[in-house]
Design a protein around this ligand. Structure first.
Ligand code: UDP
Length: 233
């Protein structure tokens, strides 16, 4: 099933398979933050994030979101449709945290009146800078129509995920999405959705149950990822 290693990122490996249009996505325990400056391992993260991403992708698929996810095939692996990743990280925010606080002076925990969507250029060398729709068009990373589709999908995914997490006693503070195009030019949600890529706070206590525990050495990192997994089980 697993053929050639196509790509190795910070948290995942992508392999080709016997089928030309199917890739295998493997989740690793490695964790990085601050553009790779902080590095460590979070034990069992690979299997926890594979589980959480599979549950969330299945839920989104049931709700008509086109996703690259096909099926979970082992503790740490899933099969996905082969896509060309669009080099944009789409961040959607409901509550102020992270760079919104650091760069723009928002008060952490302040609820935003409307979801705030931001685009970051997916480039490790350049440190994933925030950029605008005009940059994206100038750099020809996507066209106007692609961006409209991505924005619409992101807003709908946000609505679905807020409902999904709130039923589990979790506030969806913010999250990052990546999209790709399949061989027919369809835009599919790709990558992963996990505590590595979302900020998730307990609805009652506001306890952080996501990668911020790793970023800022808050302790109970594995336990918090496991807590999210348990609530989704
Ligand atoms: N995020 C991500 N990958 C990145 C940058 C951000 O998954 O390379 C997620 C992050 O976990 C958070 C959201 O996107 O849920 C917003 O991140 P922010 O801009 O606040 O940056 P950070 O402070 O996390 O670097």
């Amino acid at each position: 099933m697993k053929n050639k290693l196509i790509y190795e990122g910070k948290a995942k490996k992508i392999y080709s398979t016997d089928k030309d249009d199917i890739y295998l996505q493997e989740f690793k325990d490695d964790a990085t933050a601050f553009n790779g400056l902080k590095k460590d391992r979070i034990s069992h993260k690979g299997e926890i994030n594979n589980f959480i991403s599979s549950v969330i992708f299945s839920y989104l698929k049931e709700n008509s979101i086109p996703v690259h996810f096909l099926e979970k095939i082992s503790e740490t692996e899933m099969l996905v449709s082969r896509v060309n990743i669009i080099k944009i990280e789409v961040v959607c925010r409901n509550i102020a945290a992270g760079s919104l606080v650091k760069k723009f002076g928002f008060e952490e925990g302040k609820e935003l009146e409307n979801p705030l969507i931001e685009f970051y250029y997916k480039s490790d060398e350049l440190g994933d800078p925030l950029f605008s729709e005009d940059h994206i068009l100038a750099m020809k990373l996507a066209d106007k129509n692609d961006l409209d589709v991505v924005r619409k999908m992101t807003k709908y995914i946000n609505t679905l995920l807020i409902k999904f997490f709130s039923e589990k006693g979790i506030k969806l503070v913010d999250f990052k999405l990546e999209f790709g195009k399949d061989k027919n030019g369809n835009i599919l949600l790709a990558d992963e959705i996990s505590p590595d890529t979302c900020r998730l706070w307990d609805s009652v206590t506001n306890k952080k149950l996501d990668k911020d525990r790793f970023r800022f050495d808050l302790g109970e990192v594995e336990e918090s990822y496991q807590e999210i997994k348990n609530r989704l089980s």
